[in-house]
Ligand binder design. Structure first.
Ligand code: GLY
Length: 426
């Protein structure tokens, strides 16, 4: 099977790593990829947002399956364009990608199938939004309706913070993504991510994971794309997972099919769990990053046939086997991230880090200099991942590897998986 991966981050490196050994694989490409991915795939200079260029290249190269990493090409219709070219795509159509691309759409779907989520209202004008805020009080959550590169959500502790967020989003901070907002009640509890594969009908759950969205230790500081992750997620007990599957995932997949817009790909449910009861925070229509990295380290089953089956409607009968060992991922980010940061800084020690037993380094925001030197080229730059007998052991290995990386401009959080390491689940 000839496969193209769209994307250039640590998630796509992990997907390439997982598929590279598949007996079904005959050629692996990535667009645009990164220097880590280039060790196992041929990287090509095509913009994943240019659906016509992707489809034309896939036809010329007789690609059998396209695996889409990030959400933006999906929301822009790359799966639809590939379908018209007769090429299988792991990832939903633009209509089904609305589950991530529109907060209003997701809330309407939840209401239609009675999936538990926070009470909400949608606004396009500041006045009515402020009146609603006054009636509901704080804490409260303000979300830009559209895709805002992970920056569209404010969890406002006070009425003043909430008002500032409403004015900023409806005032144009996120452009078209913020022409409407969803205001929803604050949900208390612990967050976890549940991932399922679907071919539009059949649903196959993956193991759970938790990430750390804040930049600083103690889960403080600004929100990021994710500073680390671990799997399994103790808060996602079998009972919580069963409840989430029965009350949220299966009804939503069924509702999407009923509407004639079946969801094919990986559905990532961000859940808030309180007293063992899961409620939906948000959907994403792609693997989490860096959650994908820890999932791939734990997956025993050949990934490629499962993704191909999800893309083409043949998921029934597939099952996934997992290593019992926990896995962790520590993100090395450029100092300043998620604010401004420098690029082009030399990084050494990646090979040394990979000599630590159980450690795998995925590259996220890197570039190659002409002399082959690895340079920083993004906010989240390296993913230092490890497995171990316990979460503590996996973390010890990951941080030993971090200390072998020579990159003065980088930083990590030293407390990844603290909840598990401290034995505190809430
Ligand atoms: N780690 C959070 C996300 O991928 O959206």
């Amino acid at each position: 099977m000839r496969v193209l991966i769209l994307g250039s981050g640590g998630r796509e490196h992990a997907l390439a790593w997982a598929m590279a050994e598949s007996p079904m694989l005959t050629a692996l490409y990535a667009a645009p990829g990164n220097p880590g991915i280039a060790e196992m795939a041929i990287c090509i200079a095509i913009d994943p947002m240019d659906s016509d260029a992707v489809a034309a290249w896939c036809r010329a190269e007789r690609i059998d399956l396209v695996v889409v990493g990030p959400e933006a090409p999906l929301a822009a219709g790359v799966a639809d364009r590939l379908a018209t070219a007769g090429i299988a795509c792991f990832g939903p159509t633009a209509a089904a990608a609305q589950l991530e691309a529109s907060k209003t759409f997701t809330k309407e779907i939840c209401d239609a199938c009675d999936a538990p989520t926070a009470a909400w209202a949608r606004f396009t004008e500041i006045g009515p939004a402020l009146a609603y805020l006054e009636a509901r009080g704080a804490p409260i959550v303000i979300k830009a309706d559209g895709l805002a590169a992970g920056k569209g959500v404010t969890v406002a502790e006070t009425a003043v913070e909430a008002e500032v967020a409403v004015r900023a989003i409806l005032g144009g901070r996120h452009g078209m993504a913020g022409t409407a907002i969803v205001i929803e009640d604050f949900m208390a509890g612990e967050e976890a991510s549940l991932f399922v594969l679907s071919d539009g009908q059949t649903v196959l759950p993956l193991v759970g994971a938790q990430d750390h969205k804040r930049a600083e230790e103690g889960d403080l500081g600004p929100n990021t794309g994710g500073m680390g992750a671990y799997s399994p997620a103790p808060v996602l007990t079998p009972a919580v997972e069963a409840a989430a599957m029965d009350r949220i995932i299966r009804p939503v997949i069924a509702e999407m099919a009923r509407r004639g817009t079946p969801f094919r790909g990986v559905l990532y449910a961000g859940l808030m769990i309180e007293d063992g009861v899961p409620r939906l925070v948000e959907f994403n229509v792609r693997f989490g990053d860096p959650e994908c990295q820890v999932l791939m380290l734990r997956l025993k089953t050949d990934l490629l046939p499962v993704l191909a089956a999800a893309a083409s409607g043949g998921l029934a009968g597939h099952q996934l086997d997992w290593r019992w060992n926990p896995a962790v991922c520590v993100v090395m980010a450029a100092r300043g991230y998620p604010g401004g940061y420098g690029n082009g800084e030399a990084i050494t020690g990646i090979a040394a880090a990979q000599t630590v037993p159980g450690v795998t380094v995925f590259q996220a925001g890197t570039a190659s200099a002409a002399n082959g030197q690895i340079l920083s080229a993004g906010g989240r730059v390296l993913n230092i991942c490890a497995t171990g007998e316990t979460v503590e052991a996996a973390c010890a290995r990951a941080y030993r590897a971090v200390d072998l990386i020579d990159w003065p401009g980088g930083f990590v959080r030293r407390d990844i998986a603290w909840r598990v390491r401290e034995g505190s689940l809430s």
